[in-house]
Write a protein of this length. Structure first.
Length: 388
């Protein structure tokens, strides 16, 4: 046996592939390893080199050290009764490896949070909010969400990034884990939610614009509050989803971010309706942390504009958005490692891992693993980001 071979556990290789719902042939195509080679690694008749094993772990979205475990890690199961295999009520075919891995990763992160809260003897937050989506009108649910999040009567002046961080922090304050997904097409997933009565989960797509992410945050909160969690690939007021609950969650999100009473009493809105200029639309939309498309949808709902004018402007704004965002998966460019980690995991998760690490409740290796490989040398900067 060559010295640079990695003595991986064959059963872990099989587990890692099965975890992503990949056949041997599909895994071979995805990883770039010949099927017969992959099969020989899985049956133990041959071993990958260290470099091959590291690359395989990267492709399979698991820590490299997992390959040397004698038995697979604890099986992660998604809650029953929540829709993670269909989009718009249509069975998903060819679901991306990235999305499949994400679904398991976010539940595993929650399990880590539960274990660490127990070890640190910290009381667990309870998510006790519920409204029946069939019997409660959307205005009442939207008003309740504004109270729960303690949103001010007048929006705080923030730019797009600040508004997202503000709303994300509001959700974390009520015990929701808010993660951001990377390298997933928004056509496949704009947002998703996983309901639990302790540490429910919301994920938004970092490829989306900030105002789109704001809408998704509240849309997914509406799913949690009505216990209708799942994957969403259409989260905007003008989305024509065939599922009634998706439409209702869109309407709730719009009402939360731009309530009737604020819009009808806003002098800027009155001036816009009297003298329409597109730059004013953008300014008002920014004020309420929403897109222009959502704002004109609210105007139409309030009968401030006609159906024909709404459709004309909607198509115009959609064209302009697509021209300025030609790709659904935008490259992030350079992001500092600690900022990238914090952005993906959120402050409530980061603070918990850092606290457990400082109390020596977890090892350096565990801490690095919980942060998807972030080096220890970046932990100080991550802590400064977290408490900034």
């Amino acid at each position: 046996m060559a010295r640079n071979n990695a003595l991986v556990s064959p059963n872990i290789l099989v587990w890692a592939r099965d975890r992503l719902n990949l056949t041997l042939e599909a895994a071979a195509e995805y990883t770039g390893v010949k099927p017969e080679t992959l099969k020989s690694w899985e049956d133990g008749s041959a071993y990958p080199t260290v470099n091959q094993a590291k690359e395989l772990a990267h492709k399979y979205k698991i820590p490299y050290v997992y390959f040397f475990l004698p038995t697979p890690p604890r099986n992660i199961k998604l809650p029953k009764g929540q829709n993670y295999r269909t989009i718009d009520n249509i069975p998903v075919t060819g679901q991306s490896v990235e999305l499949t891995a994400l679904l398991y990763d976010i539940v595993q992160r929650r399990d880590v949070m539960l274990d660490l809260y127990k070890d640190m003897e910290t009381p667990l937050p309870k998510f006790r909010y519920f409204f029946n989506a069939d019997t409660t009108d959307i205005e009442a649910i939207a008003a309740a969400i504004r109270r729960i999040l303690d949103l001010p009567d007048e929006p705080i002046k923030l730019d797009d990034r600040q508004s997202f961080n503000y709303l994300r922090a509001k959700l974390e304050e009520i015990g929701i884990l808010v993660f951001q997904a990377v390298k997933i097409d928004t056509a496949e997933m704009r947002g998703l939610s996983v309901y639990y009565d302790t540490f429910p989960i919301i994920v938004v797509n970092r490829s989306d614009a900030y105002y789109a992410r704001n809408f998704t945050l509240i849309h997914e909160l509406a799913h949690l509050i009505t216990k209708t969690a799942g994957i969403c690939n259409e989260t905007s007021l003008f989305a024509k989803s065939p599922i009634q609950i998706e439409r209702r969650c869109n309407q709730i999100a719009a009402l939360v971010l731009a309530p009737d009473n604020l819009l009808v009493n806003d002098t800027a809105v009155t001036q816009l309706i009297q003298n329409w200029e597109d730059y004013r639309v953008r300014n008002i939309a920014n004020k309420y942390y929403i897109s222009r498309e959502v704002l004109i949808g609210r105007f139409y709902s309030l009968e401030l504009i006609t159906n024909d004018f709404y459709n004309e402007k909607l198509q115009q704004y959609i064209r302009e958005y697509k021209n300025s965002h030609p790709s659904d998966v935008k490259p992030d460019g350079f992001i500092r490692p600690e900022t990238n980690t914090g952005s993906q995991f959120g402050k409530i998760y980061v603070r918990t891992i850092l606290a457990a690490f400082s109390q020596e409740l977890i090892s350096p290796r565990d801490a690095v693993q919980f942060f998807n490989g972030l080096r220890l040398s970046h932990f100080d900067k991550l802590e400064r980001w977290c408490f900034s």
